[in-house]
Write a protein that binds this ligand. Structure first.
Ligand SMILES: [Zn+2]
Ligand SMILES: [Zn+2]
Ligand SMILES: [Zn+2]
Length: 551
């Protein structure tokens, strides 16, 4: 805007800096030092940006007279306690005051119609919460300050440097969108939102058009995209929901489906492949009415998985359900080959296993019709990581220093978990960061551990080293030397490295972990009651109304 010096429909000097109203010829006054001084005394901040083309350099007689009489103590002042606020317009089409207003035939007996623009904020009338200021003459005002400083003129200048000058001097009122985004950033409930909004309103920090009660039903706009059925809450139109939430374009290939299942619930979440956007919940099942396979089947139907065909990132237990495999410790758990989990003596010896050509019901531990195409399955990096540490810890000498060190480091973990090598992502990160950990290890232990860390850093994270295959193979060799067992997860690393997506960092579950955290807050807020309102409200909290980094 600043570069394009296009002429506006009206010259900015046809309007009053203070009230913003079109000035009739005879009413026009210059902005004198007296006007500037009294303005600051009345409103509490200085006139600024007078050098900008988009700020009027004139005032109207009515404003000047009101201020003059107020200072003399003869009148109570202006009608408004916050004057017209000027900001740089974005364009001349719909954001420029001097192009948008209609002053044709205007006279002082008419009410001035302020356009609703982002670049201007119209005056705010005095009210109980915005009382009229009382003029206090400088002689009696703040005697201590006047005494400390040589003269009041200088005192004013010294303040101006810190508080009064520049952009921050004028209160910038919150627009509805700005307030909504703030509420989202603060993660406030509906009640808290209303409270914040009304407090800001009391201080006159809200634009006049802002409504407070809208937060009571803030989810209503997104409610149309959700439906409920037998304890299942789900999104009926994912593409439209995402577009409504501000996504420019919806491409199914840019998202992956994350399904999380625990004893109490089943959650389907869309994760963005670059993790650029927040996770979007698309289905929640709060009770387990049916068997897991049936549940997953119903959910996939409801969210119309077949139309979207997102890649699926889930733990291996869920992979079993999705592909109709028998769960538990089965002979043929791999969905890609005929790896025999029970042929322990062959695990480290046999390099190639016959491929599984198809998943056929009734054959090799496949007991039901697969629900999704197995090509869509992404092996989940976190679960692979958990599987590796499990085998590492299980192989440790339980009387050795290394295992004892782990026990001391996680005193709250049960011996059962410690011996079983059951850790979570953050705990693994803690161990990796611990420089002392390696000092208590034997040579095979440290070789296995260091090569594990290398795999985490060069393969399972954001960075995939060119020689990642070598790094993974090296780790497996070290695990073998340590005496670790081959599990299905290690098998995937050993035999199906090509099935891991190119950039595993993009598929990091840390986002999933964060989502869990967010959802917890939501569950508490809605007291465990999962319904369309909760889902819509959650999605509302992910939106951004003002253009910023994400939405
Ligand atoms: Zn203009
Ligand atoms: Zn005026
Ligand atoms: Zn396999």
């Amino acid at each position: 805007m600043s570069s394009s010096r296009r002429k506006c429909k009206y010259s900015s000097d046809l309007f009053c800096y203070i009230c913003g109203i079109y000035i009739l010829k005879k009413q026009k006054r210059n902005i004198t030092d007296f006007v500037k001084e009294t303005y600051a005394e009345y409103f509490g901040f200085k006139m600024d940006k007078l050098d900008k083309s988009w700020v009027p350099n004139k005032v109207c007689k009515s404003c000047v007279e009101s201020l003059r009489l107020w200072k003399k103590g003869e009148r109570s002042g202006l009608d408004f306690g916050i004057p017209m606020i000027w900001m740089e317009p974005k364009n001349h089409v719909d954001d420029c005051y001097f192009c948008v207003v209609d002053a044709k035939g205007f006279n002082r007996n008419q009410t001035w119609r302020y356009p609703d623009l982002q670049s201007t904020k119209c005056p705010v009338l005095h009210s109980e919460t915005l009382p009229r200021p009382v003029y206090v003459s400088k002689v009696i005002r703040m005697p201590s300050e006047t005494m400390m400083l040589p003269n009041s003129q200088e005192s004013k200048q010294s303040t101006s440097g810190s508080e009064w000058e520049g952009e921050t001097s004028t209160p910038k009122l919150f627009s509805q969108n700005e307030l909504s985004d703030l509420i989202r950033d603060l993660n406030l409930s509906k009640q808290e939102s209303e409270l914040l909004a009304s407090r800001l309103k009391e201080k006159n920090l809200l634009a006049p058009t802002v409504t407070i009660t809208t937060y009571r039903t803030r989810e209503s706009e997104l409610l149309q995209f959700f439906d409920e059925n037998e304890g299942l809450v789900y999104c009926t139109d994912i593409a439209k929901l995402l577009l409504d939430m501000g996504l420019k374009e919806y491409k199914p290939t840019e998202w992956r489906l994350f399904i999380d299942s625990c004893k109490r619930s089943l959650k389907c979440v869309l994760l963005h492949n670059g993790n650029k956007f927040a996770s979007i919940p698309i289905a929640l099942h709060s009770t387990k009415l049916k068997e897991e396979y049936e549940n997953v089947k119903l959910v996939l139907e409801k969210i119309k998985y077949s139309e979207h065909q997102w890649p699926i990132c889930v733990d291996l237990k869920m992979v079993n359900f999705l592909l109709g495999q028998q769960s538990g410790y089965t002979k043929y758990p791999c969905f890609l080959c005929m790896w025999d989990s029970r042929a322990k003596q062959l695990h480290w010896e046999q390099d190639v296993w016959p491929a599984r050509n198809s998943l056929t019901v009734g054959k090799a531990n496949v007991i039901r019709e697969p629900l999704v195409n197995r090509d869509k399955i992404i092996l989940p990096p976190l679960h692979i990581k958990l599987g590796m540490i499990k085998q590492f810890v299980k192989a440790l000498d339980k009387e050795g220093d290394c295992f004892k060190y782990i026990c001391r480091k996680f005193p709250k973990l049960s011996m059962e978990k410690l011996k079983g090598g059951i850790f979570d992502g953050p705990q693994i990160r803690q161990l990796i960061k611990d420089a002392d950990f390696i000092k208590v290890m034997t040579v095979p232990e440290s070789e296995a551990w260091e090569s594990f860390v290398l795999v985490v850093e060069n393969f399972l994270g954001n960075h995939k080293a060119p020689n990642y295959e070598e790094i993974v193979q090296n780790m497996l060799t070290n695990f073998q030397t340590l005496g670790a067992n081959m599990s299905i997860k290690l098998h995937y690393l050993r035999n199906h490295l090509d099935k891991f997506p190119d950039n595993l960092g993009n598929y990091s579950e840390e986002q999933g972990e964060r989502f869990h955290q967010d959802l917890k807050v939501m569950e508490e807020r809605y007291q465990g009651r999962w319904d369309c309102h909760m889902m819509a409200d959650y999605c509302w909290s992910l939106k951004r109304d003002c253009p910023r980094k994400n939405y």
